[in-house]
Design a protein around this ligand. Structure first.
Ligand SMILES: *Cc1c(COP(=O)(O)O)cnc(C)c1O
Length: 426
């Protein structure tokens, strides 16, 4: 499928007069339409809820949009819990799916009334000691080990993943929790990441629904929900077929009708914890070409670097690139598109065919709306960019300002960089 940017060169030229590049920009309309389609696809399930995985795009303005679309939030840390509470989420609207969890994070989760999803059987005691009691509703994260395969395709390797309870521990854990007075139980598993197939959720759902029936029969507990977690991917590459969320929802419904309903468990709620799928395609990193270099290869140097988007450097991930204003031109030039870090893996693209690029061109790097800005860092003393929101009415709002050197130096308590360097100005 052809990948089109949701911004034009003209729009970016106007925006850049107010907010200099680089910046991440998000498309409100795309986020809302996609969230609506997801909700619709699971509307057959009475208790259905999407808990947006905050780590994908921890920005309260985006979280508010998703909240308006009926989403809760899925948190994995103290500050993500704080953000969720601050946008007005509470109680059942917050899922806390963490691991290696510090005690104070459990305390805050409980204070907000979040549903706690335990990552390990030893956390039962840890949580009870931390809170002094156990909540009435608890969830346990399942890890079957081995490989997660669909047919003959190996999708991922849960056996190598640090997360979750083994199968035996799920049964033992549910028995212990029941004996300690827990009343409602959840089952959670995240077994494959960024899947671009309509079969992942239905396959996972089948496994978890079967486990839910066995756990219910064996331990007598009330299974209140099955949480399919994240993992629905997006087509980063133009040759990838996007997921069809209606087909996915229908596949999960069939598994539900075949497995849970006949077992008398037709009241089980289905939850999802999607991050990438919710915001990934609706973000671009916009950056300007500031240099061109002709050595052993042809280089395009831009004003963003890996601190703004680390997926290419970290995973060798493909992110599509549009040279704005040159959409119709032939991609007949081969470039490495690079940032300024003193790291040779600071390349947004390697040997990428693009139209002829000139200094001053604006480039949109696609699919940065999830795990983009949020994975940013400050290596080489680089500063985090702004985040902008393209509203449905076409206006643009800054939803996070760019960092300044003052932000970068702010934590050197007792060493005032500004006072020493520019005593008169500060
Ligand atoms: C990261 C994560 C998610 C979201 O994953 P995506 O691939 O972005 O959908 C959901 N749940 C948990 C526990 C996670 O760690």
């Amino acid at each position: 499928m052809e990948k089109k940017a949701f911004v034009t060169r003209e729009l970016i030229e106007n925006i850049a007069q107010i907010y200099p590049t680089p910046f991440h920009i998000y498309d409100e309309r795309g986020i809302r339409e996609n969230a609506r389609a997801l909700k619709e696809a699971f509307s057959w399930n009475k208790g259905y809820r999407e808990y947006f995985a905050v780590k994908a795009a921890p920005n309260p303005f985006l979280m508010e949009i998703l909240k308006e679309c009926g989403c809760g939030s899925d948190c994995s840390s103290y500050t993500e819990l704080m953000l969720s509470g601050a946008v007005g989420m509470k109680g059942e609207e917050i899922m806390f799916s963490s691991n290696d969890t510090p005690a104070e994070e459990f305390v805050l989760a409980e204070k907000l009334g979040a549903t706690i999803n335990l990552d390990d059987i030893t956390h039962i005691d840890f949580l009870e000691k931390t809170l002094g009691y156990l909540p009435e509703t608890l969830s346990c994260r399942f890890n079957p080990g081995g490989y997660f395969a669909m047919g003959t395709d190996i999708m991922d390797n849960p056996g190598d993943a640090k997360y979750g309870f083994t199968r035996e521990q799920m049964f033992e854990g549910f028995r212990i929790l029941k004996a300690k007075g827990v009343k409602h139980f959840g089952i959670h598993a995240f077994l494959a990441s960024n899947t671009v197939t309509n079969e992942y959720y239905p396959t996972l759902a089948r496994q978890l629904f079967e486990l839910a029936v066995e756990l219910h029969r064996d331990t007598g507990v009330h299974v209140a929900f099955v949480n399919l977690s994240g993992g629905i991917g997006i087509p980063y590459r133009p040759d990838q077929e996007p997921n069809d969320i209606r087909v996915i929802g229908e596949g999960v419904r069939q598994a539900y009708e075949e497995i849970l309903a006949p077992a008398g468990m037709g009241d089980v709620a289905v939850y999802t914890e999607l991050g990438r799928f919710m915001t990934g395609p609706y973000g671009h990193l916009v950056t300007k070409v500031i240099h061109q270099k002709h050595t052993h290869k042809e280089y395009v140097g831009v004003d963003a670097c890996a601190v703004n988007l680390m997926r290419p450097a970290m995973y060798g991930a493909y992110h599509h690139i549009t040279v704005l204003g040159k959409e119709g031109q032939a991609c007949d030039h081969k470039y490495d598109v690079v940032g300024s870090l003193c790291e040779n893996n600071d390349k947004f693209a390697i040997d990428r065919m693009l139209p002829e690029v000139e200094i001053g061109d604006y480039i949109a790097i696609h699919d940065t709306g999830a795990h983009g800005f949020s994975m940013g860092y400050n290596y080489n003393g680089k500063l985090r960019s702004a985040e902008l929101l393209l509203r449905e009415d076409g206006s643009v709002e800054m939803i996070r300002r760019a960092e300044t050197p003052r932000d970068y130096f702010a934590t050197f308590d007792g060493f005032e960089v500004y006072n020493r360097l520019f005593p008169k100005e500060s």
